[in-house]
Design a protein around this ligand. Structure first.
Ligand code: ADP
Ligand code: MG
Length: 476
């Protein structure tokens, strides 16, 4: 049977506020356990939550960026459950009226644009952390994270493949990074994703029963986890079994998902409006002010790259997805005279490959934007050929210095002196009378042989254009 995959994502984004959502405690990452756990974070009796307006501002920023409805009156609710890292016994979240309502984002798959619906985005507080390492038969509790503001972004079940889910996740990641509302660090848990996955026979309109996958902390794992879960569900159904609605944990070491608990329903949480917090009212001036502060967004920057730099859709998409990469490109492009075409090719080519190889972010690049610009200028002003530029790039990456010093030290300057090139051409032609005869007999292909010999003798430094011209002149 043919199966169709259906995926909806719930993304938790830690908002970059200095203090927690309902108290003044710091949200900085990495402090010693429980040093940032105030009375509210540890839920002492009698304490009261006070809303941090900055968290609301960041949430609205996101809502406006995806063209979503903003609820100027939203309500906080208690989501009741027990867990050791949740000392209050409930999480303050939003249920019936979230701050951000329906919106949508556009993703691009193989050059085709698709819209993915966002159902809602609501504010809530993060829980603490249970620590298992370094505890013998015990569990440590760290409440530093308790109360960190989260924006939970819930998508419609609009994605139809693991690749689409990753494209959507990357798009949301890109948006929150552009907006500067979160650092988006997946390793540190500032950007987390649960994937709801189901399958149904192609042509069937009802959705199948879904499983919710937790614990996926990288883009690569999201794709792998969904793939493996889809395979599991299809196998199960084809063997006559049934998918049960449950929460499953993704184990990246074993590349498998396994059952964690049966899926709870909303009523299990006994949601009710939190009596300690009044409804949150945002006036028009507040919304207008946030609107004013919106920066250029990834899709806008992409269109600008296409229009002002004449770059392709795909490459503009690749360049603009990561704000830091787009900034790098723009810095190279304004510093160098080589033009956007060359800058794009090198940044998506050599530079991206080198970063990938070593699993580095663009912000950790071993070649800075001004250094890159100089390298491209040396190609542009014909000091070096594009081919030798790769050698220069590699040397720069290894820390041998900037472009000019590498070219100098390694003697890679292109030979553009026509007398010098002519001498090499004469030598090659004199040593290859057979091939010269072949050329005279009409075999154009031996040109390649001559060029190869000339490049060999000049160690790749002869200017290729001049080589061609001089060769033709001598032979014809
Ligand atoms: P819950 O509150 O129990 O997590 P929701 O109805 O809010 O459930 O849905 C959570 C996520 O699951 C949403 O992203 C939604 O798009 C997705 N989803 C719902 N039904 C399905 C399904 N049958 N297959 C895949 N994803 C689904
Ligand atoms: Mg959920």
């Amino acid at each position: 049977m043919q199966w169709e995959t259906v995926i909806g994502l719930e993304i938790h984004v830690q908002l970059q506020t200095k203090s927690k959502i309902f108290s003044g405690a710091s949200t900085a990452y990495g402090a010693a356990p429980n040093t940032q756990a105030c009375e509210v974070s540890i839920a002492l009796p009698g304490v009261l939550p006070v809303m941090n307006t900055e968290a609301a501002r960041l949430a609205v920023k996101f809502g406006l960026a995806i063209g979503a409805e903003i609820n100027q009156r939203s309500v906080f609710a208690r989501k009741n459950y027990f867990y050791p890292d949740l000392p209050k016994g409930y999480q303050i979240s939003q249920f019936e009226i979230p701050i951000v309502g329906k919106g949508e984002v556009e993703i691009e798959m193989d050059g085709k644009r698709r819209k993915i619906g966002v159902t809602r985005a609501h504010l809530e507080e993060d829980a603490g952390k249970s620590l298992h390492e370094n505890f013998d038969k015990e569990t440590g509790i760290d409440l530093n994270r308790a109360g960190t503001p989260l924006l939970e972004i819930v998508s419609e079940p609009d994605m139809r493949s693991a690749e689409e889910a990753v494209a959507y996740l990357r798009k949301i990641h890109s948006i929150v990074r552009y907006l500067g509302i979160s650092d988006g660090n997946m390793q540190e848990g500032s950007f987390r994703c649960d994937a709801n996955v189901s399958v149904r026979p192609v042509g069937q309109s009802e959705f199948g029963t879904r499983a919710e996958l937790k614990n996926i902390n990288s883009f690569r794992f999201v794709e792998k986890a969904i793939r493996i879960e889809v395979d599991r569900q299809i196998d199960l159904l084809e063997d006559g079994g049934e998918v049960v609605q449950e929460t499953r944990l993704y184990d990246s070491d074993k590349n498998e998902t396994r059952s964690m608990r049966s899926k709870e329903e909303a009523h299990d949480y006994r949601y009710f409006p939190d009596p300690d917090l009044p409804p949150m009212i945002l006036d028009d001036a507040f919304i207008a002010d946030v609107k004013q502060s919106l920066p250029e967004l990834p899709h806008e920057r992409k269109e600008r790259f296409i229009d002002s730099f004449s770059l392709g859709v795909q490459e503009s998409d690749q360049l603009t997805q990561d704000k830091a990469l787009a900034d790098f490109f723009e810095e190279v492009n304004t510093t160098s005279a080589a033009g956007p075409r060359i800058a794009c090719n090198w940044i998506l080519g050599e530079l991206s490959a080198s970063l990938n190889n070593e699993d580095l972010e663009i912000t950790q690049s071993k070649i800075s934007a001004p250094q890159m610009a100089t390298l491209l200028d040396r190609i542009h002003d014909k000091t070096i050929s594009g081919k030798l530029a790769k050698e220069v790039f590699a040397a720069m990456w290894q820390g041998e210095g900037d472009a000019d010093s590498v070219i100098e030290k390694r003697g890679l300057k292109q030979i553009t002196d026509s007398g010098e090139i002519e001498a090499i051409v004469d030598q090659v032609l004199a040593d290859a009378s057979d091939q010269v005869q072949q050329y005279k007999d009409g075999n154009q292909k031996v040109i390649g042989f001559f060029v190869g010999q000339i490049m060999k003798i000049s160690q790749g430094k002869a200017n290729p254009q001049q080589v061609n011209e001089i060769l033709r002149k001598k032979l014809d």
